[in-house]
Write a protein that binds this ligand. Structure first.
Ligand code: B16
Ligand code: MG
Length: 219
């Protein structure tokens, strides 16, 4: 049996990926940079500072701003994002997630969170899901964004399992790369993802017996 399942947050547990996009889009517009949902795929799982760098490069403004101005842009984006989070409630938990958490606990499987978002603790609290998690990686303590495996390795260590004993669930291409690089079994959520050991189109298709069967078949 797998000993642990580690979840990404934005786009897996709840659709805050859309809120990140809307907030970045508004900031980018102010800087005269257009970003669309296709471009946004590159920002998924990428931390705030690296996301800003990516957007400025996209607008050919890579060297245009001082560190202080960049901090200001990041703060503005975060304010916009947090405004969008204000009404987040348990109704915003994506389909399939609550039953999966319950099934994992019943199976004695530990539950972890690997979100590079500094807002993750607040998001989990608003969804009233904090109590399910045995360990949440601290985004502020990380050196690397996904696709680096650091966050998933940190989660496994925090849960007391080896990567080979654990499953990671992600909606971002960078997240799948991070899980694979860590040595865990990767589950991808999204039609366009590549490289996942097991891929589903939507969280509603997540079911513990299926997940278990696929994991066992890969051992
Ligand atoms: P914050 P995840 C990531 O969370 C998001 O996918 C990414 O779009 C965002 O920029 C990043 O968190 C940082 O979030 O600005 O709230 O610290 O997908 O790893 O759960
Ligand atoms: Mg995500």
């Amino acid at each position: 049996l797998p000993q642990a399942v580690v979840f990404d947050l934005d786009g897996v547990i709840t659709d805050t990926a859309e809120f990140h996009f809307l907030a970045w889009q508004q900031l980018a517009q102010k800087l005269g940079i257009r970003i669309d949902r296709a471009f946004n795929e590159q920002l998924k799982g990428v931390n705030r500072a690296d996301s800003l760098t990516c957007i400025l490069q996209h607008g050919n403004q890579a060297g245009a701003y001082s560190p202080a101005q960049r901090q200001q842009f990041m703060a503005e984006k975060n304010d916009l994002y947090r405004q969008l989070l204000a009404n987040l409630s348990p109704a915003d938990i994506l389909p399939g997630i609550a039953p999966l958490l319950a099934a994992l606990r019943d199976a004695g499987c530990r539950i972890g969170l690997a979100s590079v978002s500094e807002n993750a603790p607040q998001v989990l609290a608003s969804l009233e899901l904090s109590h399910w998690f045995d360990f949440c990686a601290d985004a502020r303590a990380l050196t690397h964004s996904k696709p680096h495996p650091e966050i998933f390795l940190t989660a496994c260590r925090g849960l007391g399992v080896t990567p080979a004993q654990a499953i990671g669930i992600e909606d971002a291409q960078a997240g799948i790369a991070a899980i694979n690089a860590s040595g865990m079994y990767s589950v991808g959520i999204g039609a366009t993802l590549t490289g996942a050991h097991y891929r589903l189109n939507h969280t509603g298709e997540l079911a513990w017996p299926d997940l278990l069967a696929h994991w066992q078949a890969a051992q």
